[in-house]
Design a protein. Structure first.
Length: 65
């Protein structure tokens, strides 16, 4: 999945990326959209550093959570 996210990140470069997080005790369900296109959809561990790693993929974008 890392490679797939890396390919899709280019779609959001320089644009706004909107990240929605559905918080649960054991995992967080995350969806990221750029230019009305879904660029990430999946579950991550319920830890801040896991979310930060995901956000770091969009470092060239304006990220809104």
């Amino acid at each position: 999945m890392e490679g797939e996210l890396e390919k899709r990140r280019v779609l959001g470069r320089g644009n706004e990326v909107f990240i929605g997080v559905d918080v649960h005790k054991e995992s967080w369900h995350v969806t990221a959209r750029a230019e009305e296109e879904e660029v990430f959809h999946g579950s991550i561990p319920s830890q801040y550093h896991a979310l930060q790693r995901l956000v770091d993929h969009f470092k060239d974008c304006k990220v809104k959570c």
